[in-house]
Design a protein around this ligand. Structure first.
Ligand SMILES: CC(C)(COP(=O)(O)OP(=O)(O)OC[C@H]1O[C@@H](n2cnc3c(N)ncnc32)[C@H](O)[C@@H]1OP(=O)(O)O)[C@@H](O)C(=O)NCCC(=O)NCCS
Length: 347
């Protein structure tokens, strides 16, 4: 008997209400709207308010996704949460989300930098394909602003906070995840890392004084890695699905920098119209970036039943992850309840 594909049947998102514009950043560091727009394409990003928590943002996105799929938290067989910005070092994010949602199921946290949500999606889809589980929520949530040094102009202009989620269920048709590629190149991990606060260099006055609890990035090396991986991974996942990147109805790239996407589009001889872009509104929301773009693409009617999308993420690790998804009937029911419900405030 053919194994069912994991189909996306629900989707939801949550972004904090607070907006940090390029002009706001220009008052904090030596930068300008012109520089940020020209070098990244980013105009503004959403940053947590004091009421936003990683768990609360994840649950807000998950509740909307459950509502679209017509499920309740008690229907869930598995919760998978991707992130690099947990409420606590222990417990892992997914356990807090399980409790806050009121679900009674296992909960798994996946950390793979900005590639984390695609890793989580592919992991979750294996449980669907084997028949082990039927209803899974896959959440990407990032409160990455906590790890940003707002005195470092080379990183603070890039990132923003967000959460997004999808429901995976066994597909009754050929819709679902058709192909994927996961990759890791830990040799180059030092190009994008938080050097202090872990076991190698525990939190100390020295770590604080050197601001080593914040993200350090070699922007040019990461840029080169990102363009290379966006191109090769798109080619690879398309080939695995028996297609070429030109056959995708929509490409959802990691929303890190418009120039990375433009470079890849040019090399692949593809029109920029094929690429979904929302980075001007949100910046790089790390592991929430791909699901946030996917959810908005569905909500804006850019993905219809039968459409095939190729998505590629890349980030710290260095890591990358791509997937090809055929959309099912569910995307035709773009209901009013896809609007975000608002974040949960934890007591
Ligand atoms: C970070 C990034 C935008 C920098 O753009 P760039 O064109 O490579 O710029 P450079 O690093 O070469 O710096 C050029 C100049 O701009 C300056 N600069 C850096 N950030 C600046 C800012 N926010 N505002 C103004 N000037 C800035 C640099 O100091 C440098 O000045 P100098 O020539 O006097 O030394 C770009 O490298 C990038 O996007 N890299 C990938 C990052 C990424 O996607 N990370 C996440 C992956 S998940």
């Amino acid at each position: 008997m053919a194994m069912p594909r994991a189909e996306i049947t629900g989707w939801g998102k949550y972004v904090p209400t607070k907006i940090l514009t390029n002009d706001d950043l220009a008052k904090m560091v030596d930068t300008s709207d012109e520089w940020i727009t020209a070098r990244t394409g980013i105009k503004e990003r959403h940053i947590r308010t004091e009421n936003d928590t990683t768990t609360g943002m994840a649950c807000a996105a998950a509740r909307d996704a459950l509502a679209v799929a017509g499920l309740t938290p008690s229907d869930l067989d598995l919760i998978v949460v991707a992130n690099s910005s947990p409420d606590y070092l222990l417990p892992a994010s997914a356990n807090l989300v399980q409790y806050e949602l009121g679900a009674n199921c296992p909960a798994l946290t996946v950390t793979a930098g900005c590639s984390g949500w695609v890793y989580a999606l592919v992991t979750a889809s294996q449980f669907i394909q084997t028949g082990a589980y039927k209803n899974i929520v896959v959440i990407g949530v990032e409160l990455i602003s906590y790890a940003i040094d707002y005195t470092d102009r080379s990183t603070c202009v890039l990132f923003g906070d967000a959460a997004a989620a999808v429901i995976l269920q066994p597909g009754l048709t050929e819709a679902g995840i058709m192909a994927f590629e996961l990759g890791s190149d830990g040799q180059h991990a030092h190009h994008l890392m938080v050097p202090g606060g872990g076991t190698r260099k525990p939190m100390s006055q020295e770590v604080v004084d050197k601001r080593e609890m914040y993200i350090r990035m070699n922007g040019q090396e990461v840029f080169k890695f990102a363009t290379r991986k966006l191109i090769t991974c798109l080619n690879n996942i398309a080939a695995s699905a028996g297609m070429s990147p030109a056959d995708f109805d929509l490409i959802i790239p990691h929303q890190a920098n418009l120039r990375i996407i433009e470079y890849a589009a040019d090399k692949l001889h593809l029109s920029m119209d094929k690429f979904f872009i929302n980075l001007h509104k949100y910046g790089n929301t790390s592991t929430a970036s791909i699901p946030l773009a996917l959810v908005e693409a569905i909500q804006e009617g850019r993905l219809k039943s039968g459409d095939v999308t190729g998505m590629v993420a890349f980030g710290s690790g260095l890591s990358w992850a791509g997937a090809v998804i055929k959309m099912g009937e569910a995307v035709n029911k773009i209901a009013a309840n896809t609007e975000p419900q608002g974040a949960v405030v934890l007591q």
